[in-house]
Design a binder for this molecule. Sequence first.
Ligand code: ZN
Length: 395
Amino acid sequence: MLKALIDQQPFTTIHHTKEELLKLRKSSPHFLCPHCSAPLILKVGHIKIPHFAHAANKPCPYQSRNETPMHVWSKALLFKRLTQLYEDVELEYYLKNIRQIPDLFINLKGERIAIEVQCSTIPVSEVKFRTEGYRKERIHPLWILTQPVSRSIPLKLTTFQQAFLRFSPDLNYFLLHFEPEKKSFTIFPNLTPVSSNLFLHSKQIVIPLNEITLPISISPPGTNDSNLLKNWWGYRQKWIYNKVNYNSLRDNSFLKEVYEEGDTIIYLPLFIGLPVIPHMGIVKNHPVEWQYYLFKDVMKKYRSFTKEMMDNAMTRRMAKGDIEMRDFPLSNGETGMQSIISDYLALLEKVGVVSSGEGKTYTLSNGWNCPGRMTEFEQHEHDFFSKWKHILKKD
Ligand SMILES: [Zn+2]
């Protein structure tokens, strides 16, 4: 931790040089923990920036936090920047009602913000718990992920890192990431999954630490990014081939269903596995899977159908465990579950697969037909892409 009490007065290590701190330590003052009043030791070493540690292992609301050198460093950098901007910034502030200690706490003209810097992997349930605690107190939580993310293309995110995704109408699903060594924030906008852990995204937005303000204001990249889906079909194909190559009919229920239904997975029509922007990220399964289930359960079965029937089919598949949702604890409940089906139906209508009729019903335009042979599939590809290109341009 970076804060202690000396003679009842709060003291932080951040505004002092190592020499000053060593001198202070020699004068042997009593450093006390602001949270449990136990004695603290001032540590001035080579790895972590100067900080305090409890002298003995005593129960303390602060103790459970596992602070890596990078965590302490990130916190110190953010504190320095925010105290330049705002008067009322507290470090490691104890919120009595909820017994939580955000890394930074800011009072901005009555609007309170709790900043959590997250470097180590903790259970997603813990992220959820702390977020709910802040919301209960009408405190706006701002989580900042600082653990390294692999900068591959597409972006590879662990399940823990995916829990940091948030949604905004300007950025769609995005990740806010801070790199203390570069002293800059990066926002990855328009995150669009192509598998369970790989995400396409629009051009990243970099904000240097010394330009950051709260709330973070940026000029949004716009959702009109046709480059985003440039390789969509390649990734879709790759997912299908991986499925065929690395899974067997016996232990993969999806493959089994396709097979038993008499369809050929490598020739599934291209309107199964459409990129449904922007809410697709909430479904963990690949779009080929959940869209095939909807086809099988509703579109293929009934001549005409409603959105409600699709919603119900989705719910049933979720209850069965065939379709899984991603957990976004930081999104304020606006998960877009409802709109994902209507967005999918709108896309199907645009490519001419369904047509909408009276009473909010939809009908499959040409019936259901999975190509059975290479030549048929190639013809289908040719017909489909001529329509799809048009849609990408129009949007
Ligand atoms: Zn303590």
